[in-house]
Design a binder for this molecule. Sequence first.
Ligand SMILES: [Zn+2]
Length: 481
Amino acid sequence: MKRSWIKIVVGLFAILLIVMVYNTLRAPKPQPDVTTESIPVLGDSAAIHLSNAIQIKTISKGDTLPIDTAEFVAFRLFLEKSYPLVHQQLTKQTFNQFSYLYTWKGKDSTLAPYVLMAHMDVVPVEAVAEKNWSVPSFSGAIKNDTIWGRGAVDDKVAVIAILESVENLLKQGYTPSRNIYISLGHDEEVSGKRGAKVISAWFKEQGIKPALVLDEGGQIDLQHFKSIQRPVAVVATGEKGYMNIDLSVEIPGGHSSMPTKETAIDVLNKAILQIRSRKMPAEMIEPVRELVQRTSSYESFFTRMVTNNLWLTKKLVISQLEKTKESNAMVHTTLVPTIVQAGIKDNVIPTVARATFNSRILPGQTSDEIVQFIKEAVNDERVVIKKQTISLMEPSSFTPHTHPAFLQIENIIRKSVPKVVVSPFLMIGATDSRYFRSFSDAVLNFSAVQDVKGFHGIDERIGIADLHRMIYFYQQLLQGK
Ligand SMILES: [Zn+2]
């Protein structure tokens, strides 16, 4: 009797192994490396233009804070002066004073157009951080073949690269096969509501369905995939949702010399800890699965067996991804308190304590589910839980990685970056392109840069080689290569 049990177990194990090996062997093989083209050497003008652009302080200070309109006017004049052919030959519409949509008429207007997006505004530099910069933060200094300053990476390099590539092609007398739109927003760093949102609404009104909407987001990653010793170009095909949730507790306060057993702060504190000690259920959504499988196709047979049998190994793979904050955010809806407010005086127990949680919602989950999760975690009726609707953005749908737009971008990257692996991935932050996702299945986020630093931080900078690669990338795209 015991023997036959052993036989059954061994048999089942053998079948399991055969299935796993079969799935591993059947998994897509890495694409063969292609011969790459070298990126043409350009003159100094692009770098000088980016340096000039950085020196104009188009800062978005905050959602409700006014902008310095003189700087945005200066930026408009700078664009007009630097890109004369663009301004002569393309038509330009203005939205809310400082966001622009350029139209470059193609040979065949019946073809679905491309939309190239970038934003002109930048985040501020904190006064206390200024002293930590190696160069003044808005100097646009060029040293060591690198352009330095706020906006060098996010996102003035894209503004410059797009316009530079169009200007170059216009100089050559080139006409694109389809209409090309260039959408330049002026408030991405606050909400995009006055820029990209209204521009995308215009597309919707006109019934224009782009064949590609390309915005900032992914890049060529040299840091995170060391084990395969290859650059990985991540092209975002979807983005997480965005939500703020307010928690408030109201319990009569009083003199701090005679505290009650539980104060508003105590109750709020407990609620915060309850939420932080739990996690929304993990999911491995399509772009993340693709990223894991495409990069692991260069790994050992055993690793491939794990990543190609997710029906069995999903938990194990997710537990690996949970190890770093970046990859953890790709498999979980995150929830973190970002504002806590209570108290007005050291000897008064406050009556009200409030906290705001910021959540980035994983596609497949909804804001209502997150609120329900919080309510269950807190499980205390004294805590009033409310989602903010003004900034709410449900997670987006995905652009399939089989979409012609994805394949074209993939092709250009593979031709220009030696030994690169191209993969879809999920954007953690929000970009202007999210406004297009409600009516377009062709939204992608990618910038052809590989060595950028200081994004939103200190010493933001980009190599001139990266700027030139971006220009090359856009030119290839515009020429339908
Ligand atoms: Zn940006």
